[in-house]
Design a protein around this ligand. Structure first.
Ligand SMILES: Cc1cc2nc3c(=O)[nH]c(=O)nc-3n(C[C@H](O)[C@H](O)[C@H](O)COP(=O)(O)OP(=O)(O)OC[C@H]3O[C@@H](n4cnc5c(N)ncnc54)[C@H](O)[C@@H]3O)c2cc1C
Length: 371
């Protein structure tokens, strides 16, 4: 088999607009130069592409939503299988599940499910590929009530390295099913997955910013509040540069329970200090996924990629730095160390998988609050 035997309309070489679009990633610093891009529209075209790769020995990479920070979607001199033309989402309202095609973004899935009052477990940003996110774990606003994105997969449809297709679930190919859920990729091309959906009409979400001078007080008080927080509340907390360039402590809460209780919890968060900015309100889940659209990135925000636990030592170092911060840190606190309610469907204890896991770290370390 040669590359010419693949459907010519689906193969794109350097210089074509399709090649340029497919090789443009969220992390613009990635410069790997693939030899060609295949843009399949069906499972059988994915199979052809993988058979070609198997025959030719050409290196291969898979591109979903293009949001991997490490740029794994591109490979120098290889073939990129870009799934961005495979974004169909079929919702089954009766079973509260959806079949999600391999190139769908989180926003694609929510756009299909939200009209039925249902949402999937996603991350915080709609542009991220939902399969890529799930393969890497998938922490997000519903962690407390629904677990990680990987906890919500019922089955994967996978094209393996030799071009054959299999369905992996708890009882069929259980090892593959286990590896796909958190392995980060490299076990075949996931052409689709069936996921559980959750009934949710709206969320209370937004952004609260406190002046840097209050950082120590805020973080100390937050440490006391956190173990009492209910599963419905997820909070991202970290340090970013404010409108005037000075650092601010930010909190990005997401509440997925009843509105009246949520308002009380948001109020508690705001009263941890005196906010300089507080924009929190009730909104559809889809609107929340647009709140942190990185197209609005200003240079200081680009540095905020490092997710890390805000340990006592790190907190003290921030305080001592008094604003002279070069490396910024974002930590997501779901709530108390483990949810009081376990996801009935989950076979795992919940914990937030360290996001660096998708940067090539092989361990499946879980990071609990306080570490
Ligand atoms: C702005 C931003 C916000 C983010 N927010 C969150 C968040 O809230 N929660 C969270 O958990 N993570 C988050 N992430 C991390 C993100 O989930 C991971 O980087 C994920 O790998 C991105 O998937 P992708 O498909 O968009 O990326 P891509 O770069 O397209 O894919 C990355 C790799 O995933 C694998 N992959 C993707 N799709 C498939 C498929 N269909 N079949 C087989 N392999 C596949 C491949 O190995 C591919 O190389 C965020 C990243 C960014 C840039």
């Amino acid at each position: 088999m040669t590359i010419e035997t693949l459907p010519s309309t689906r193969i794109h070489l350097p210089g074509s607009p399709e090649f340029t679009a497919a090789t443009r990633l969220w992390n613009g610093a990635v410069t790997h130069r693939p030899a060609a891009v295949a843009r399949p529209t069906s499972r059988s075209e994915v199979q052809s592409a993988l058979r070609y790769v198997a025959d030719s020995g050409m290196p291969v990479a898979v591109r979903g939503g293009g949001h991997d920070w490490a740029g794994r979607a591109l490979i120098a001199g290889g073939l990129v299988i870009d799934l961005s033309l495979m974004r169909r989402v079929d919702v089954d309202v009766t079973s509260q599940t959806a079949f999600v095609s391999g190139g769908s973004t989180a926003a694609d899935v929510v756009a299909a499910t939200e009209p039925f009052g249902l949402v999937p477990a996603t991350g915080t940003y709609g542009g991220v590929g939902i399969v890529g996110l799930t393969l890497a774990g998938g922490y997000g606003p519903l962690n407390g009530i629904a677990g990680l994105a990987l906890d919500n997969v019922i089955e994967f449809e996978v094209v393996l390295h030799d071009g054959t297709t299999t369905i992996a679930h708890e009882r069929h190919e259980p090892d593959l099913f286990w590896a796909l859920r958190g392995g980060g990729g490299n076990f075949g091309v996931v052409t689709g997955m069936r996921v559980r959906l959750h009934a949710l009409d709206s969320v209370i979400a937004g952004f609260i910013g406190f002046p840097w001078q209050q950082a120590e007080q805020i973080l100390r008080r937050y440490d006391v509040l956190r173990p009492t927080m209910p599963d419905e509340l997820t909070v991202q907390i970290g340090v970013l540069s404010g409108p005037d360039g000075n650092p601010i402590v930010f909190m990005a809460p997401a509440w997925s329970g009843t509105a009246a209780t949520g308002v009380t919890w948001i109020d508690r968060l705001q009263r941890l200090g005196t906010p300089v900015i507080a924009q929190v309100g009730q909104m559809p889940y889809s609107a929340m996924l647009g709140l942190f659209d990185p197209r609005d990135r200003r240079p200081p925000l680009r540095a905020a990629h490092a997710h890390c636990p805000i340990t006592r030592r790190r907190r003290d170092r921030y305080a001592a730095a008094r604003g002279r911060i070069k490396k910024l840190c974002v930590q997501r606190h779901r709530h108390s160390p483990f949810p009081r309610r376990r996801n009935a469907n989950s076979t795992r204890r919940h914990g937030v998988r360290h996001p660096l896991g998708s940067h090539g770290r092989r361990d499946r370390r879980r990071v609990g609050p306080g570490r």
